[in-house]
Each structure stands twice: as C-alpha cells, then as structure tokens.
Design a protein around this ligand. Structure first.
Ligand code: ATP
Ligand code: LTN
Length: 331
C-alpha cells in the first residue's frame, strides 16, 4: 500500500484541512509508505503572490510536522520539486476526456460566473491531481469529502490508460480514504459553505496558527440559531450551523454526533459554545505553538522539502520512464 495526498499552499491551514486530511496522515504514517505533498503547482491555478506562495509552502510543511507528521517516517515534499508530476500530467491530459472535466463541480465553484476568465490550469487541475497520485502508483488517498469527485476522476484516468495501452495492471485504481468524523467541516459564518483556507473572512475559519484566545473568540462569534441543541440527530436537519458545531465537537473529541447530543441536547449555545471552545483550544492551540516555532526556521523546512523531493523523485522517475515507454516515446 502506498499513500499519497496533497494540500495547496493557498493560505493558512484551517481546521477542515486538519480534521479532514492531516489527522488521517498522522495515523497512516505508522503503517504505510506515506508521501505528503505541498501542491504549489495546484495553488497557482488561481493567482498567488510569488513572495507569499513561498511563505505558504513553508507554512504547509510546518503544519504537517506540527500536527504530527514525522519527516523521518513520511516523505514531505513540494510538488514543483519533482518534475515527474508535470511530465505525467501532460500525458494524462491526453487520456482524460473533456466531457469528464466538464462535470467537475470544484471548477464550476472556483471559476464562478465568468469561466472564460479562469486559467486553463484551473480546468485541468484534476488531471494534475491524478498525476500526483499515479506517478507514485499510490493505492490510497486520504482526503476530505470535497475531493470525492476528483478521486473518481483519477480512477477513471488510471482505468482508461490501462485499457487504451493494453497494460491492465499498470496503474492501480487509487482508493479514496474519506470516511470518518471531520470529512466535511463547514464555515463558522455559513453552515452551508465549506470551511476553506482561501475564504476572505478570517472569522469563517479556525486556523491551526490561531492562539487560544482567538480560537475561543471565533467559536463564541460563530453563527448559530436561537434554539437549544436537540436530543436526537433528526433535530439537526435544516440547522446547518448547529450541525456543524456538533460535528466539530464530535471530530475533536472522538465522540459520535449522537453522543455529543446526548451530552448537550436541551442545552443552549451559551453552554455548548464554551465547552466546544475549551475542547478546540486543548486540541488545536498546541499545534499552533509548534507551527509558529517551525515557521521561524525556514532553513530547516527547506531542508525537509528538498530531501523529501529527492526521495519522491526516486520513486516517481522510474514510473514515468515506464509510462513513456508504454506510450511510445523514445526513452
Ligand atoms: P482552498 O480554499 O485553496 O481551495 P482548502 O482549504 O479547500 O483550500 P485544500 O488544499 O484544497 O484546502 O485541501 C486540502 C485537504 O483538506 C483536502 O484533502 C481536502 O479535502 C481537505 N479539506 C479542505 N477543506 C475541508 C473541510 N472544510 N472539511 C474537511 N476536509 C477539508
Ligand atoms: N485537489 C486537492 C489537493 C490535491 C490532492 C492531490 C489531494 C492536489 N493533489 C493529490 C490528494 C492527492 C484539494 O483541492 N484539496
């Protein structure tokens, strides 16, 4: 089994990235060959200030480590540091079909109304993602719920390549690892929108770098409704903000949503929010402290990424060589 996942250096790491993705990385590293990428080539599909991009790349690497990914156990690297990603992405662009990409909802969300002005890279983004995975013949991909469609596309691309070139076992079809609490954390300002690091409202997100006071303040300010919490799960239907806060409590405490409601059902947010704030501070603030310490040492982080990119290239380069041979390029 080989695990591969990636996070974009498109802003500060937020609670959804932690609960939906990184926390799984930390568990998986003990058992599997794990590769965690800072996907800077994906980040530039929308405008990134070059100076900030470099800082954010270090920020994501620091967040991986602060959250518990051990660079001695897992390979941590930057995508642009391994040429094989771009090389395979081009070949896979010629395998994927326009009709498949036309169905991608993340493109529609990110391009907005004026899709004529979106970058071409934003459109082929999921093909580069398939290359990230397949260039290592990764078998398992831990991600949040929002990536389900992209993972299905990666499987389709792998399957079509295997079929078209009559190499039925060349690429394994990668399995998404999505399930579990925290797979879809919503914005603190709008329970119907995904929490996202590129959200312009800082109050919509709990960032891993937030200190204890700020975490507590954001939870206190989180949008809610005037009703007390229900005692049963059904009572959360049509109450997206309440559902989200219960889900966050559950994901942070390891309890099911049912158990959270049996503890807090009938209580108002005046009681629930301080309990949630205390729990979030206990779990997240120590990560923030370590994250800030690591960010102060970019030389250390650059060393980790560079070494990681070398290790990653050692796996990916021979696979790209085989792909070139299969396709009929001179190798
Ligand atoms: P951006 O706002 O730039 O799109 P993002 O915050 O959505 O960024 P990504 O870098 O696209 O984050 O995603 C990194 C990982 O975090 C992916 O596995 C993704 O599924 C997961 N993830 C992102 N947001 C959430 C969320 N709100 N809940 C659960 N998982 C999430
Ligand atoms: N598309 C993902 C980030 C991403 C990724 C990957 C995830 C890029 N390449 C490879 C898993 C495997 C996102 O937007 N969250």
């Amino acid at each position: 089994m080989r695990v591969l996942s990636g996070i974009q250096p498109s802003g500060d790491m937020q609670l959804g990235n932690y609960l939906g993705a990184i926390r799984k990385f930390v568990d998986l590293q003990h058992q599997y060959d794990c590769n965690f990428c800072v996907v800077d080539m994906h980040a530039i599909t929308v405008w990134q200030d070059p100076v900030k991009l470099r800082e954010q790349t270090f920020h994501i690497a620091a967040a991986y480590i602060a959250a518990g990914v051990d660079p001695e156990k897992a390979v941590i690297f930057h995508q642009s540091g391994v040429r094989a990603h771009a090389e395979l992405a081009w070949i896979l662009n010629c395998v994927a079909r326009l009709g498949w990409l036309d169905r991608m909802t993340q493109f529609k969300d990110k391009a907005g109304k004026d899709k004529e002005r979106a970058s071409v890279g934003l459109y082929t983004y999921p093909v580069l993602q398939a290359a990230d995975i397949l260039v290592y013949k990764a078998t398992h991909v831990p991600v949040g719920e929002d990536q389900k469609q992209h993972l299905e596309l990666s499987r389709d691309i792998a399957g079509k390549f295997n079929h078209d070139f009559k190499t039925p076992d060349f690429f394994p079809l990668p399995e998404p690892l999505i399930k579990g609490p925290g797979a879809r954390i919503m914005s603190l300002r709008d329970g119907t929108a995904k929490m996202s690091k590129s959200d312009p409202s800082a109050n919509a997100c709990i960032y891993l770098k937030d200190d204890a006071d700020l975490i507590a303040k954001k939870i206190k300010k989180a949008k809610t409704d005037p009703e007390p919490l229900p005692t049963e799960l059904d009572g959360l239907t049509d109450r997206p903000e309440a559902k989200n806060l219960v889900g966050i409590y559950g994901a942070l405490s390891g309890k099911s949503d049912e158990d959270v409601l049996s503890e807090f059902g009938g209580q108002g947010f005046g009681v629930f929010k301080p309990a949630l704030a205390e729990l979030a501070v206990e779990k997240i603030a120590p990560i923030g402290t370590e994250l800030r310490r690591l960010e102060d040492d970019p030389t250390y982080l650059a060393g980790i990424l560079e070494k990681g990119a070398e290790k990653a290239a050692a796996i990916a380069d021979p696979i790209v060589r085989d792909v070139k041979e299969i396709v009929g390029f001179l190798v």
